[in-house]
Design a binder for this molecule. Structure first.
Ligand SMILES: [Zn+2]
Length: 408
């Protein structure tokens, strides 16, 4: 029998999570994830795991570690992002708060350096136990998930394929098999500047934008909110930023409305854009001075779009995740509905890899001023990851169901 806890010490996973947090990897850090990728590379190498870099852009790179299988059965990817968001206004030390009160603290603790630690320790425990799974287990530490998802895009383009994948975003002992797609759009209004004392010579782009927003709220919001998916919730839009104008005494010559659109199956990037275009077309019929266009925001202008995640309940990996969580928490785990976008959608849609979102920690801790992850979550999730490999990648089970759980 294989007991994952026999093959690593709990202080090892605490230390690893803490070390990953100590290496900043947010936007603005030179080469952003480079240092954390190199740390993982060295850590895996020192522990006898096969490891390699994957160059993505500039000096930013993914890091891949492998536990080779016998080639007789299912392979699995454990995917986690190396980047974090910026430590805005944190009330704790974002990198050196350390370990106390049952938690590891700092930027990225929950989202998702704790998840990286659980994944790496799981691979390591199998390696130390000398167990060869049926298929390869691939750890993929990827860059840029909080940005354009360049890391997972590069991973997919490199041709790496597995029979299933887990994205280790914090999920609080639940798991997600669906979430909304995400696209950012700019609606750009062009007017004509003139002095506010003689406004008739100008065209006010802000007023055009205001009319657009009014119509979107009146006509589109109610329609969008009626669309619903059982795993994702309702379709959503948010106007997050409005930019425009030259000065208080000048008729505004330009105005941009920036939209975040969370869409569900049945909608596409094209159909969603078309709905905004129809509002503009309607406005143009009544207003011949209107010049407006809609395009994808440059911040979101990647080769791959960000579609919804749809992994069918019938996929074997869904069953493996569900029963593995259940074996540890001793009750049926819930499915998370309506969570935010993750790289899981790219893996499922573009690489055709059935993917489930499951990882340690509480998503409500992500991006917070006192971000932290419970030590027991790191340990329990390592147990669950080990069981997922056992359930999905090893035909003759090696773990007992009745292994007593850590108090969770
Ligand atoms: Zn994340």
């Amino acid at each position: 029998m294989f007991y994952v806890n026999d093959y690593y010490r709990h202080d090892e996973i605490i230390e690893l999570a803490h070390q990953l947090i100590q290496i900043p990897s947010h936007p603005g850090v030179p080469h952003q994830e480079k240092d954390v990728a190199e740390f993982i590379y060295d850590y895996c190498g020192a522990n006898g795991l096969e490891v390699q870099f994957q160059e993505v852009t500039g000096q930013r790179k993914n890091v891949l570690a492998f536990l080779r299988g016998s080639g007789t059965g299912n392979s699995l990817m454990l995917n986690g992002h190396l980047d974090t968001i910026t430590p805005y206004r944190m009330t704790i030390d974002p990198f050196n708060e350390g370990v106390h009160s049952g938690y590891v603290w700092g930027r990225g603790a929950a989202d998702m350096k704790g998840g990286l630690a659980s994944m790496l320790i799981t691979l390591l425990a199998y390696k130390r136990a000398g167990i060869t799974p049926d298929g390869d287990i691939i750890f993929a530490g990827v860059i840029g998930e909080e940005g354009k998802s360049e890391g997972t895009e590069c991973l997919i383009n490199s041709g790496i394929r597995t029979d299933a994948a887990i994205v280790g975003e914090p999920s609080n002992y639940q798991y997600a098999i669906g979430h909304r797609g995400l696209e950012w759009f700019d609606v750009i209004f062009t007017g004509k500047a003139s002095h506010s004392g003689s406004p008739d010579g100008g065209i006010n782009a802000i007023e055009k934008a205001a009319e657009f927003i009014y119509r979107a709220k009146r006509d589109l919001y109610p329609k969008i909110r009626q669309r619903e998916d059982e795993f994702m919730g309702v379709s959503l839009m948010n106007i997050g930023i409005i930019e425009g104008g030259l000065g208080q005494s000048t008729v505004a010559d330009s105005c941009t409305v920036k939209i975040d659109r969370r869409y569900i199956p049945g909608e596409t990037v094209q159909s969603v854009m078309q709905e905004y275009q129809e509002i503009l077309d309607d406005m143009k019929e009544q207003d011949h001075q209107l010049h407006a266009e809609i395009r994808k925001s440059s911040a979101n202008d990647t080769i791959l779009s960000h579609p919804p995640l749809v992994t069918p309940m019938t996929e074997p990996i869904v069953h493996a995740v569900r029963s593995s969580i259940r074996e540890v928490i001793k009750r049926e785990p819930q499915i998370t509905r309506g969570r935010g976008w993750t790289d899981a959608a790219l893996l499922k849609v573009y690489a055709k890899i059935p993917t489930v979102v499951f990882g340690p920690g509480d998503i409500r801790m992500s991006h917070t001023e006192s971000e932290r992850i419970a030590i027991k979550d790191l340990i329990n999730t390592t147990e669950i990851y080990a069981r997922i490999i056992d359930n999905f990648c090893i035909k003759d089970k090696i773990m007992e169901i009745e292994n007593p759980p850590w108090e969770y």
